[in-house]
Design a protein around this ligand. Structure first.
Ligand code: PAZ
Length: 346
């Protein structure tokens, strides 16, 4: 663990996992992932890990208050559906109670499913006066519901989705490491799609108050430590040759591209997808590295200072925003790039 000039600590991934407790469900989750990966591998399926939703940072061990990260889980849940449609098996690792594939279409706040149902009173057989109430689907909602339900039932029948959940940033980090290590068995056939909004700061267990923080002392000062940059060990140690896609969210448009490039430079993974908070539903940018040039004098070596980046924007037109989802285009593009990545490795 290092200390910066202001005195706050920054954990390496190693010191983080050596000092912060693993969630109680971790071993069980890892076993489920292992069995799932083995099954998908036998069936010749590619697997994508989709992370989705925000993480919390508890302020007390007996938690009353916490800091949260913005994210409804729309990107993750929607993308998972398109990956399934493209023939991938999906490990859907999401914040508890955030949106999920298929059920997201009938979220209680935007599209409550009870509004789709009607009660019909049909005459009961042999009893002319009484009626039996029956539940039916509102006719104009039928077609949409049938198509969502058909896709949902198929995924259940085929066993191509495994759902795991996290709440805190600590749960997330442990689970991400565990799932990545299990999934790395698939080598290049695995994709990692990191759409969750993960806190950059946390309160180590050792600094947390045991009980509810009391208000008697007036204002509250909390100094948080930096969450370790886990993409580095993820690329170098946890995943073997997997195709890794991370997301970068910014609110200042000037920062978006520099931050995406910086992430690729630091961690050396395959793609960063940049999105602006207010434009994310209809515009994203794919940033990746053009393979470093070979030095003719030393053909075996690559010059890593010679990095250049490619940037390609995906946009939905004004008209399409109401009828299409940008995740469909994101997933199609990634499936294409993953195929090239797999072919290059073989
Ligand atoms: O879940 P949502 O659809 O509301 O938002 C998706 C998102 C903006 C959280 C995601 O696209 C993203 O950028 N995730 C990474 C955030 C970050 O840590 O930079």
């Amino acid at each position: 663990m290092q200390t910066d000039p202001q005195g706050s600590a920054s954990f390496s991934a190693e010191s983080y996992f050596a000092t912060q407790p693993a969630p109680a469900s971790l071993d069980n989750d890892r076993q489920r992932v292992r069995a799932f990966v083995r099954r998908q591998s036998e069936q010749g399926n590619k697997v994508v890990l989709v992370t989705s939703g925000g993480t919390t940072v508890p302020l007390e061990r007996n938690m009353v208050r916490f800091l949260d990260n913005f994210s409804a889980g729309t990107r993750g849940a929607t993308s998972a559906e398109y990956f399934l449609k493209a023939g991938y098996a999906v490990i859907f690792m999401h914040r508890q109670f955030s949106l999920q594939p298929f059920s997201r279409h009938y979220s209680h706040s935007t599209n409550p499913f009870l509004d789709f149902l009607e009660i019909e009173h049909k005459p009961a057989p042999n009893e002319s006066l009484s009626t039996t109430p029956e539940i039916t689907v509102t006719p104009e909602k039928r077609e949409d519901l049938l198509s969502v339900l058909t896709a949902y039932k198929k995924v259940h029948r085929d066993g191509t989705m495994l759902t795991l959940s996290f709440v805190t940033v600590n749960d997330y980090l442990w689970l991400l490491r565990g799932v990545s290590e299990e999934l790395s068995e698939m080598g290049r056939d695995a994709m990692y799609y990191l759409a969750a909004a993960v806190s950059d700061f946390f309160l180590p267990r050792q600094k947390m108050s045991e009980h509810k923080i009391q208000s008697g002392k007036g204002s509250l000062h909390i100094e948080m430590d930096q969450v370790p940059k886990i993409l580095k060990p993820m690329v170098d140690e946890w995943t073997r040759e997997g195709f890794i896609v991370s997301f970068k969210l910014e609110t200042d448009p000037q920062l978006l591209l520099p931050k995406c490039r910086q992430a690729l430079e630091r961690y050396g993974h395959q793609v960063v997808i940049g999105n602006d908070l207010n434009r994310r539903k209809f515009e994203v940018v794919f940033v990746s590295r053009i393979a470093p040039k070979k030095d003719p004098a030393h053909p075996a070596a690559t010059n890593i200072d010679d990095d250049t980046f490619t940037e390609s924007w995906l946009r939905l037109s004004e008209k399409d925003t109401h009828t299409r989802e940008i995740e469909e285009d994101i997933v199609n593009e990634l499936v294409r790039r993953h195929r090239t990545w797999m072919n290059n490795g073989r």
